[in-house]
Design a protein around this ligand. Structure first.
Ligand code: SAM
Ligand code: DTB
Ligand code: SF4
Length: 331
């Protein structure tokens, strides 16, 4: 079989794929995409920051780190009902996945966590796939989230293990891998990707792709973020990434992890519809929707709706809906 799913990519092979002349790379990625996925479908995932700012970590890109003066309005954990009403709005706008983000270094076993578990339950009962990104987790916490109905957990590697310490010093790459392991063990779907534009080399990007694509199971979803440089963070003056780098990264991720949902994540406000169309051709099949990501702007539901119409794309049904339908047919 051509383009089998593989977990044993060598760094040399990834080098070769990543460095393929751009249009050749896009053609190859598009072929892999067509073989494994419905190329007209794009997963629409809505993000909500349920606890904003005041984070103790020093991630150099992040406007929510307490130590940088970024003007982000610090907000304690939202109330459950407020979150559920946002989720309902997202569902009405066609979202099938709702992702709640908290500016925490790690989850603690306290009342706030109990409240997040209630939110997960509530969104799950509304029929949406629930995703969380809350920082580091223990196995026990991952299991509690799974029991509450969590579908996926987002925890990014961000860059290569070598470059990591230039970006974050308050935790290690290994901490990240351990949380990902706990998430897998709890049977929760893994959402894990990175950021380009941190000042990393092409080699770092290739190494990150290697780590992701040689996991025993590929992440079910792989967000590719372009750095949104925020004033007050150490990376505020970083040059904006070249859109071709985004396309190259998406295409390589698609070839290496054929079935994963490759998500065109942060950075879309700086991209034209034509540029985003190239990303979809190169295998992106998921976006974050809603006019705000966590703290920075994102295209509005209306703009995305118009883009979907123009490009002939449709929002994909929730995986959990598909699973339930299949179970009904089998019964
Ligand atoms: N605190 C949790 C954590 O770090 O895992 C969850 C929230 S954190 C904001 C989620 C992800 O957002 C980060 O891992 C990073 O990949 C992405 N992110 C944060 N700031 C960003 C920025 N300025 N540009 C692009 N991506 C960013
Ligand atoms: C991911 O990979 N990107 C999203 C989500 N996972 C949580 C976050 C992007 C954040 C961009 C900066 C901000 O809006 O604060
Ligand atoms: Fe905190 Fe997450 Fe931002 Fe790092 S990326 S500072 S852990 S909110």
């Amino acid at each position: 079989m051509q383009h089998p799913i593989r977990n044993n990519w060598s760094i040399e092979e990834i080098h070769e794929i990543y460095n393929t002349p751009l249009l050749g790379l896009v053609f190859k990625a598009a072929a892999v995409h067509k073989k494994y996925n419905d190329t007209a479908e794009v997963q629409v995932c809505t993000l909500l920051s349920i606890k904003t700012g005041g984070c103790t970590e020093d991630c150099a890109y992040c406007p929510q780190a307490a130590r940088y003066n970024t003007g982000v309005n610090v907000h304690a954990l939202m109330k459950k009902d407020e979150v559920l009403s946002y989720a309902q709005k997202a569902k009405d706008a066609g979202s099938t996945r709702f992702c709640m983000g908290a500016a925490w270094r790690e989850v603690r076993d306290n009342k706030d966590f109990d409240r997040v578990l209630e939110m997960v339950k509530g969104v799950n009962e509304m029929g949406m796939e629930v995703c969380c990104t809350l920082g580091m987790l223990t196995e026990n916490q991952a299991q509690k989230l799974a029991d509450a109905g969590l579908y996926a957990y987002n925890h990014n590697l961000d860059t290569s293990s070598e470059y990591y310490e230039h970006i974050i010093t308050t935790r290690t790459y290994n901490d990240r891998l351990q949380t990902l392991d706990s998430v897998r063990k709890a049977g929760v779907s893994v959402c894990c990707g990175g950021i380009i534009g941190l000042g990393e080399t092409h080699e770092d990007r290739i190494k990150m792709l290697h780590t992701l694509s040689t996991m025993p199971e590929h992440p079910e979803s792989v967000p590719i973020n372009a750095l949104v440089p925020v004033a007050g963070t150490p990376l505020e003056h970083n040059q904006r990434i070249d859109v071709w780098d985004m396309i190259r990264m998406i295409a390589a991720a698609r070839i290496l992890m054929p079935k994963a949902m490759v998500r065109l994540s942060a950075g879309r406000t700086n991209m034209t519809v034509a540029e985003q169309a190239l990303c979809f051709m190169a295998g992106a099949n998921s976006i974050f929707a809603g006019d705000k990501l966590l703290t920075t702007p994102n295209p509005s539901f209306e703009e995305d709706d118009a883009m979907f119409h123009l490009l002939g794309l449709k929002p994909r049904a929730a995986f959990k809906e598909e699973k339930e339908l299949l179970e009904e047919i089998i019964d």
